[in-house]
Design a protein around this ligand. Sequence first.
Ligand SMILES: Nc1ncnc2c1ncn2[C@@H]1O[C@H](COP(=O)(O)OP(=O)(O)O)[C@@H](O)[C@H]1O
Length: 279
Amino acid sequence: MAAMARLFRSSSSSAVSFLNRSLSTAAATELKSQSLPPRIDPKGRNVQWVFLGCPGVGKGTYASRLSTLLGVPHIATGDLVREELSSAGPLSKQLEEIVNQGKLVSDEIIINLLSKRLEVGESKGEAGFILDGFPRTVRQAEILTEVTDIDLVVNLKLPENVLLEKCLGRRICSQCGKNFNVACINVKGENGNPDISMAPLLPPPQCVSKLITRSDDTETIVKQRLRIYDEKSQPVEDFYRSQGKLLEFDLPGGIPESWPKLLEALNLDENEDKQSATA
Ligand SMILES: Nc1ncnc2c1ncn2[C@@H]1O[C@H](COP(=O)(O)OP(=O)(O)O)[C@@H](O)[C@H]1O
C-alpha cells in the first residue's frame, strides 16, 4: 500500500492529483514500470488483495479479520464515504444524496478519498492492503491496474434473498463502531444449492442501547444497490476472472462455518500465521 501511494506521488506533487489525472489521461502507463516491491506475508505470498461481493455479503467482516491475521490494513471505500458524509465537509450533502439513493459515488470522488487514505497510510509506513468495496466499476479496476499489481481478488457470494435479510438485520454500535446482525437466517437452497442458516450476531450488553442502522439499509435502497451491483460491479468480476485472479467463494453460512473454509480456500492457517506474523 505504501508502494501504491508512493507510486502515485512519484509522478506528481500529490497522490490526489495523480489519480485525478489518471481518470482523464493514460499517464499511468509510464508509472507502471516504477512499481515498488509489494507487501509479502509470512508464507511468502503478496498481500495486495481485493474483496468483491454484493452489498451485505460480508466483505467487511472477512476482509477485516484477514487484515488482522495478515497484518495489512483493511481499506473499505464505503467507510471512507461514510466518514466524509458525517464530517460536514463540502462533499457531505452530495454524498448523502447519492448513498441514500443506493447509487455509486463518482469515480473521481472515490479515487480522491482513496488517495487521501493511502497517503495517510504511507505516512504511517503501512504495507500491503485488503481493499473492500473498490474497485466497483471497470473504470476503477483499470485505474487500479495502472498503478499497482493486485495479487488476488476474492469474490464472496450468497443468494440474493440472504443478502437482503442480512442488510436489513445489520446494526452498528455508534460508540465502538462494531457491526452486528439481528437477522436469524434460514433459507432453503434452490436449484440444487444447499440450505443456508446464519445465527444472529448479537451485540454485547454495553452496545445494545447504542445500535444504529445504516440509512441505506432499507429494503428499497438495498434492492437498488443490488441492481446497481449487477449492472456496474458484476463486470469487475469478469475483468479479474479473465486475468485468472478471481477466487470464487460461496459462503456456506455464518462466520463459524465460513471463516475456517475461507482460510482453507486461501491456504491460510489462523494459528500458524498469527505466530509467524508476529515473530
Ligand atoms: N468504489 C466505490 N465506487 C463508488 N461508490 C462507492 C464505492 N465504494 C463505496 N461507494 C459508495 O458508498 C456506499 C456504501 O458502500 P459500502 O459500505 O461498500 O456498501 P455495500 O454494503 O453496498 O457494499 C455505496 O452504496 C456507494 O454509494
